[in-house]
Design a protein around this ligand. Structure first.
Ligand code: R5P
Length: 303
């Protein structure tokens, strides 16, 4: 079967999409896009006649420029339908707005639901993503999806830095992530108790009973945004006697002074998956290519 991988050039995920295309033997179609004088977006898939009757993978990620990449992705889905694609699979490693996954304060929307419903409504048959903040929103839609975990790939790259570490989730919501990694490497795991003020965003973190004195720690989380969670968790763990702390996270947004704050908190290394359209040049941060795993899933979905 000849696959077509449509890539969105520009801000977000070109190199990664080309890499993925090589791994699955897919053809990459270029996309031209522009902005109208009033600010509206325009996309056009080049050589779109090749799409007719073929399955298409739209590969894009939603950070940075969440809103732009969202509308561009929708436009590419629609353009693929108009070009008579037989099936459309969206590979979107980072789904923007996924953290607003419930109504925390009255009057709020469930933004994650809006993003997902719109993707399916526009016409995708299946969604492949990496470590969505809460899988529950996806499950409730009852559509084809693959939510891929990559913590084992990340940890494999840095496991020489630590000795028999305990895997720690910075909050109970991330416990399944800690369990995933711990089970793969037969490690102990636990979580911390995190509370966030829903108005100010301020967090407090408490450790639990587990004895971490002189133990190495791997903190796992889906997203590092301001770095507040990781910095606070690391500080608390080191205060309680932890020896070395490393961090494995799926999506490293690392806004503002996040990197410095995490360094100051005593973290040895951050390992991130290559899920975003940004890359920080700092030896403290290691990026790991996870395209091998995604390629396998894509081939399975499109069988
Ligand atoms: C929240 O529940 C998420 O899993 C992350 O812990 C959070 O988004 C991290 O944000 P920040 O880096 O701003 O503390």
């Amino acid at each position: 079967m000849v696959l077509l991988l449509i890539i969105i050039p520009g801000r977000n995920y070109i190199d990664e999409s080309i890499e993925l295309a090589k791994k699955i033997g897919a053809e990459v179609l270029n996309v031209k896009y522009k902005v109208f004088p009033d600010g509206e977006k325009y996309v056009r898939i080049e050589n779109s006649e090749k799409i007719m009757g073929k399955p298409v993978i739209i590969s894009n990620t939603m950070y940075p420029s969440q809103n732009d990449s969202f509308i561009e992705t929708l436009m590419l889905i629609n353009a693929s339908i108009k070009a008579n694609a037989s099936r459309i699979v969206a590979y979107i490693p980072y789904l923007a707005y996924s953290r607003q996954d419930k109504v925390f304060l009255t009057g709020e929307p469930v933004s994650a639901e809006i993003v997902l419903k719109t993707l399916y409504y526009t016409g995708i048959d299946c969604l492949i993503t990496i470590d969505i903040h809460s899988e529950q929103v996806l499950k409730e839609l009852n559509k084809c999806f693959y939510n891929i975990q990559v913590f084992d790939i990340l940890f494999n790259n840095v496991k020489h830095l630590v000795n028999d570490p305990i895997v720690i989730a910075p909050d109970k919501g991330a416990l399944n992530r800690a369990k995933y990694l711990a089970d793969k490497f037969s490690l102990q795991y636990d979580y911390l108790v995190k509370e966030r003020d829903r108005v100010t965003g301020e967090i407090t973190i408490q450790t639990r009973e587990i004895d971490i004195r002189n133990r190495d720690i791997v903190i796992v989380d889906d997203i590092i945004s301001t770095g507040g969670t990781i910095a606070e968790a690391s500080r608390k763990l080191i205060e309680k006697g932890a020896r070395r702390v490393i961090v494995c996270a799926s999506h490293g947004l690392l806004i503002g002074s996040a990197i410095d704050n995490i360094k100051k908190a005593g973290v040895l290394k951050i390992v991130l998956a290559n899920t975003l359209g940004i890359r920080f040049q700092d030896p403290f941060i290691e990026y790991v290519d996870v395209s091998e795993r995604i390629a396998k899933i894509l081939l399975e979905v499109l069988k």
